[in-house]
Unconditional design. Structure first.
Length: 81
């Protein structure tokens, strides 16, 4: 649905093969998206290793998560139904 709404504006109106042009643009978009997601995954894996290797960072993250749950619990406690 996204391709049908977004990509036609980039196809020349005098094109002899608009369907083929649309498929090429869609393939390029999909390949770029795959590449970006692969970079996100590699960065996430790198950060995961760095975080898990350092006990100090893990302790800090555990405290932050615990504090956020306490704050959510307090908000739930004081909220009206």
């Amino acid at each position: 649905m996204f391709f049908l709404a977004f990509l036609p504006q980039f196809i020349a109106s005098e094109s002899s093969t608009p369907t083929q042009d649309m498929l090429v643009l869609s393939a390029i978009f999909m390949l770029l998206t795959l590449f970006i997601f692969m970079l996100y995954g590699a960065f996430a894996a790198l950060m995961r290793r760095r975080v898990l290797e350092k006990p100090r960072v893990m302790r800090f993250m555990n405290r932050i998560f615990a504090l956020s749950f306490v704050c959510l619990g307090i908000k739930l406690l004081i909220s009206s139904r």
